[in-house]
Design a protein around this ligand. Sequence first.
Ligand SMILES: [Zn+2]
Length: 87
Amino acid sequence: MLPGIVGSLQANEALKLIAGYGEPLVGRLLTFDAQSTTFSEVKARRDPSCPACGEGAAIPEPGIDDAATPGSDGERDERDLAQAVGA
Ligand SMILES: [Zn+2]
């Protein structure tokens, strides 16, 4: 049960990032207590030395790599989104 609940939440977050829609879970940590069926949220601070979110981060932000998409003008548009989701 728990992997299904968490997996669905993660899939929803991925769709929000791909579509550039909604309020993604960025800068916040969501916790789920399956025993009491409660969610809680904690603000997450950036670590300046973190390779993903720190100063001079080496890991790029999640999203579509527009520059690497053949035929892309580098801007995200509906065509890029359709390609990303296989439509
Ligand atoms: Zn980080």
